[in-house]
Write a protein that binds this ligand. Structure first.
Ligand SMILES: NC(=O)c1ccc[n+]([C@@H]2O[C@H](COP(=O)([O-])OP(=O)(O)OC[C@H]3O[C@@H](n4cnc5c(N)ncnc54)[C@H](OP(=O)(O)O)[C@@H]3O)[C@@H](O)[C@H]2O)c1
Length: 375
């Protein structure tokens, strides 16, 4: 059964499940944040009898938590799952088998799971047990909610979001002045939310030296959700006194350096709590090779990387066509003399990006673009 055969009710419960799944985005390790709702109708209208969401760290999975919550009300229910239930024996038995054992009457799923160990097998287990299965219900919405995981599974690299704050006169900073505010408090909080939902943040050495940034999520209640902070530091030139280095024991921090610099001189940084990522050098520039770094990050289970600058790194990821999502936040004020030109003109965004959302946040304009599907 495909989306066309799904009822309006199916779409409503799936939309609720997708919204619920987003609660743990960025917290579930190498697994995507998936949700399950168990719904039954005993003649007085449908009601949710069990719900589950992938736990922080990735386990337990959503399905088993929803089944446990439903208890005796599970048998006969419909399961709404945002991702095809898993089919492989890992540390726990497959969720597809758990749904069968729980006596679920019908399953409605959104996205298929491209993981080689699943990829249709989860649905096959359900069908073989006589359970009716509807697939691809709100599949595009679910794919958007777990786009990082899907990209890592299919392309073996994380999803890359480039975010740039640009002043009214097209600048991203002022020479020699370190961090200056281009956008207001609402847009800044939106940026912190973006950090909380990302697995890693990436900046270049230039930003570390100029701004000495924290790159943490400082939203009240979400302080524990700061992602891994990665600095591109070709020859390991970051000062040990940098805030990122000094706080590495509290917030995970990695320095991406070319392999020959990842040796003895890296010891003080390791001692401070930084991870040292030994990277391949780009043959032309001698700098950290970005596609290979992204591959390595994917192999470590990182599904989403937020590039927060500065100019050099932004230019590099755009030139190497590594950006999947682009977020331009345009401030209302000018920087004027000494301004550093943005690597991207908000009025001339490359054709390969399709505008997907505009938010007006105080005096700032937040515009999101997604890469058009490659033909
Ligand atoms: N408005 C915003 O959204 C925003 C955000 C962040 C920063 N900024 C501003 O941007 C300015 C800093 O920009 P920036 O261009 O000097 O610094 P950057 O882009 O943060 O860092 C560039 C440096 O990163 C190193 N790097 C290593 N591998 C690289 C690679 N593959 N590609 C590119 N760089 C690589 C390079 O060091 P080596 O040359 O030693 O190899 C390069 O010089 C500051 O003024 C800061 O305030 C603005």
């Amino acid at each position: 059964m495909i989306d066309d055969a799904a009822t309006a009710l199916d779409r409503r419960f799936m939309a609720a499940a997708i919204r619920f799944s987003e609660r743990h985005t960025g917290l579930t390790g190498t697994n995507p944040s998936v949700a399950t709702l168990l719904v039954r109708d005993d003649g007085r209208g449908p009601w949710i009898v069990g719900r589950g969401i992938t736990a922080p760290g990735g386990r337990p999975h959503a399905e088993t938590q929803a089944i446990n919550e439903a208890g005796a009300l599970g048998p006969g229910a419909t399961a709404y799952v945002t991702l095809e239930p898993c089919a492989h024996h890992g540390r726990t038995p497959p969720c597809a088998e758990a749904l069968v054992r729980a006596g679920i009457a019908r399953t409605v799923s959104a996205s298929g799971d491209p993981d080689d160990r699943v990829d249709g097998r989860g649905h096959a287990i359900l069908r073989a047990a006589g359970i009716e299965v509807a697939t691809r219900v709100l599949a595009a919405d679910a794919a958007r909610a777990m786009s990082g995981y899907l990209r890592r599974s299919t392309e073996r690299r994380p999803e890359v979001t480039l975010k740039l704050a640009i002043s009214r006169d097209g600048c991203i900073g002022r020479k020699g002045e370190g961090q200056i505010y281009i956008t207001g408090p609402i847009a800044n909080r939106q940026t912190h939310l973006l950090r909380a939902r990302s697995d890693a943040i990436l900046v270049g050495l230039g930003t570390l030296l100029a701004d000495d940034p924290q790159l943490t999520c400082r939203l009240p209640g979400l302080e524990g959700r700061s992602p891994l902070r990665i600095v591109l530091d070709t020859r390991l030139e970051a000062p040990l006194s940098a805030g990122l280095v000094q706080t590495a024991r509290r917030v995970p921090t990695a320095l991406a350096v070319i392999a020959e610099k990842a040796s003895a001189s890296a010891e003080p940084f390791r001692a401070a709590g930084c991870a040292i990522l030994a990277c391949e050098a780009d043959p032309a520039s001698g700098r950290v090779a970005l596609p290979e770094l992204l591959e390595d990050l994917a192999a470590r289970g990182i599904s989403s990387v937020l590039v927060e600058g500065g100019a050099g790194v932004a230019r590099a990821v755009l030139e190497e066509d590594l950006v999947d999502r682009l977020i331009l936040v345009e401030g209302a004020d000018e920087i004027g003399a000494g301004g550093l030109a943005s690597p991207l003109d908000p009025h001339d965004v490359p054709d390969r990006f399709l505008r997907s959302r505009i938010l007006h946040l105080g005096r700032d304009r937040w515009t999101e673009y997604e890469r058009r599907v490659r033909s």
